[in-house]
Unconditional design. Structure first.
Length: 447
């Protein structure tokens, strides 16, 4: 599989209410921490009537990787034979790091992509990871040494939605010693990865050369750094909430209102702009791009190259223009009934689905949808109190540039449900109190 595309995270915990889970996935490398987590999860799952699926990723980077897979298979077979509700899925990564990509980054991105694919294939919407308190402290230190901002200092979240899965780290507040005690108490076998002693990797250098002296000089370093990460997570959540408040006033089908954005304080404008760019580009925007946009938008028009295309300012509205137009226009059936990012390679883009309290479409209505190109003659009702109008007139009324009018249209039961750039058809909005989801379409051109 290709292992290079980063995943977009979305904090949407309300989505857990949309579908009861009967299967829990656990990332299982065979190492100390994941062995303990898998065993503990399988023991509790039996009491709750749940199935556990262990997910093993074969990175192909070690000469022992085949042996590790065999170990994991046999371990799961023994536990299943003893009555634990457990099975194993595995996937081998293919390809190699790009020219400017580290082995660590390539392996991490490939691992997350493989785990996501296997978990969803197994029918799980909860995926457990075994990171503990020292992992969190190390992550914060590494991010600080790289000059990271609040997002980096927040380290690893305890829970986060990615690609329609709830990724959870239930032991993030537990010390490593507690996990070692669990392994000893249950007599569990695990793998020792020989690469953990290789100082070429940044985290290993920190563990081998820095951490012993740090913990000796400051015995409470692990707990204190983990606590700092929690404070950073609160600050990051506040930034997200503030950005959501600002963007609710600044973003519409026509794009981001840059005049309104520049009227905010510099810190607040930067925060809102970074949040908007993250949703449009699928990744954090470079600080240099954020600064250029803030300083070069005073004319109300312009263009700036960015990942996957360009940002264009048109009538004080900032929009993301794909680098390449879609040449094929296939009809695609899909299910958008779960929050997350749903790629549609045939259209060179992806749907972003988030749980909302109002202004969305009923979740039950999104389970069976059809994407198709614009054919002409479509009727669209933009506001609940307004009449349906031709899609052409709706585009003109919204001052939507011509290059943005070729995105796919989304239908449910032959009813036009959503138009990128305009939003949902008013006739399809969910009723008050009904579980609902918000849609957005993001072009992702092939590079």
């Amino acid at each position: 599989m290709s292992a290079c595309k980063p995943m977009v995270a979305s904090p949407t915990p309300r989505a857990a209410e949309l579908q009861p889970r009967r299967c829990v996935a656990v990332a299982y490398s065979g190492g100390r921490d994941s062995t303990a987590l898998l065993h503990a999860t399988a023991r509790q799952a039996g009491e709750l009537g749940l199935e556990v699926v262990a997910l093993h990723v074969h990175h192909g980077l070690s000469a022992h990787a085949d042996d590790w897979l065999v170990h994991c298979e046999r371990q799961c077979e023994r536990w299943a034979a003893s009555g634990l509700p457990l099975r194993l899925l595995s996937q081998r990564l293919e390809g190699a790091p790009a020219a400017a990509q580290s082995v660590e980054a390539w392996a991490r991105e490939g691992r997350y992509a493989a785990l996501s694919m296997m978990a969803q294939a197994a029918g799980a919407d909860l995926l457990l990871l075994a990171q503990h308190r020292r992992d969190q402290a190390e992550t914060l230190l590494l991010q600080a040494l790289r000059g990271a901002g609040v997002a980096g200092m927040a380290a690893m979240p305890a829970q986060q939605w990615r690609d329609g899965l709830l990724w959870a780290r239930p032991w993030l507040a537990q010390p490593r010693e507690a996990i070692e005690a669990y392994l000893h108490a249950h007599g569990l076998d695990y793998i020792d990865d020989d690469s953990n002693g290789d100082p070429r990797y940044a985290r290993n250098r920190l563990r081998l050369q820095v951490w012993p002296g740090l913990s000796k000089a400051f015995p409470a370093a692990e707990a204190s750094l983990a606590q700092t990460a929690e404070w950073a997570q609160q600050a990051l959540a506040l930034q997200h909430e503030m950005a959501a408040v600002d963007l609710a006033e600044l973003v519409g089908p026509e794009g981001l209102d840059m005049a309104g954005l520049l009227a905010l304080s510099p810190a607040r404008a930067s925060n809102a702009l970074r949040a908007w760019l993250r949703t449009r580009l699928g990744r954090p925007a470079p600080a240099s791009l954020v600064q250029r946009l803030l300083h070069e938008s005073s004319a109300g028009q312009g263009a700036w190259p960015c990942a996957g295309g360009a940002l264009r300012l048109y009538r004080w509205r900032l929009l993301h223009a794909p680098a390449r137009a879609v040449t094929a226009a296939p009809v695609v059936e899909l299910n958008l009934g779960r929050p997350g990012v749903h790629p549609v390679p045939a259209w060179q883009g992806e749907w972003i689905v988030e749980a909302v309290e109002q202004g969305g479409v009923a979740a039950t209505r999104l389970a069976s949808l059809v994407m198709r190109p614009r054919e002409g003659g479509e009727q669209f009702q933009r506001h609940p109190a307004g009449p349906p109008r031709s899609l052409k007139k709706a585009f003109q009324s919204a001052a939507l540039p011509a290059w943005q009018r070729n995105a796919p249209l989304l239908y449910a039961d032959q009813q036009l449900l959503f138009v990128p750039g305009l939003g949902p058809d008013a006739r399809c909005l969910a009723r008050p109190g009904e579980p609902q989801l918000r849609l957005d379409w993001r072009p992702v051109p092939r590079m």
